[in-house]
Design a binder for this molecule. Sequence first.
Ligand code: B1M
Length: 215
Amino acid sequence: LPLWERLKRRIVDGEKKGLEADLGTALEQRPALEIINDVLLDGMKTVGELFGSGQMQLPFVLQSAEVMKTAVAYLEPHMDRVEGETKGRIVLATVKGDVHDIGKNLVDIILSNNGYQVVNLGIKQPVSAILEAADEQKADVIGMSGLLVKSTVIMKENLEEMNSRKLAERYPVLLGGAALTRAYVEQDLAEVFQGEVRYARDAFEGLRLMDAFMA
Ligand code: B1M
């Protein structure tokens, strides 16, 4: 197989052997971010389709996720970094009941590399932990990620909790993850939330929105 096809296959097949050698060669030809966005994420998309249609079992999805994480960790030091003053601070978490963190961690990398301080709380974070961390860390923005349909409901509850704690105006909120849609966030949730809530389709839109929040 040609290099790009082989790299994608490694994600889909959950095959780590030879991964770093291929990534090394790939880096000679394309920037790290492009490799992630155009090749590796394409592999994760295929994994999602195979799993969704019953052609792939969960343990194999986990293996693919592990290879994805290894690949991102290998590529991260090769990404461009904007040096200079900190532009702002975000507390980032995957919401309660949800373990998916590959997307959230990509958001962390992109924001960190572009001048933001990211306090990454990890997965399965209840709203109380998120709000406590935001307070302690003097966050400018709260970011929540979730990939399950039930996470979209949790996000709504979290925003309601922020309303009732009178924190809606204190923190703009950035939401992302595969189960969300722009309409759900920017119409339905925006109607419920007494502050500003925005949807980011990917990590780059997350960065643009952070810049807008901080402007
Ligand atoms: Co899960 N899973 N999974 N899974 N898994 C999905 C989400 C699913 C759509 C698969 C499918 O059925 N086709 C499905 C959800 C269906 C639903 O809710 N209706 C699903 C399911 C059902 C489950 C379990 C329930 C399966 C089970 O146990 N029976 C279980 C859930 C456990 C739990 O959370 N309690 C489960 C478990 C797992 C693994 C552990 C095996 C593994 C996760 C490993 C890990 O993350 N450490 C896994 C994986 C890998 C997936 C798929 C295949 C891939 C997800 C991924 O990493 N994508 C996924 C299929 C899919 O998404 N279509 C699936 C790549 C990643 C970069 O994309 O996270 O969307 P994503 O992030 C994007 C954007 O969304 C955005 O930026 C990123 C790109 O730039 N973004 C943000 C994300 N967060 C953001 C936050 C922001 C801004 C942008 O600001 C705050």
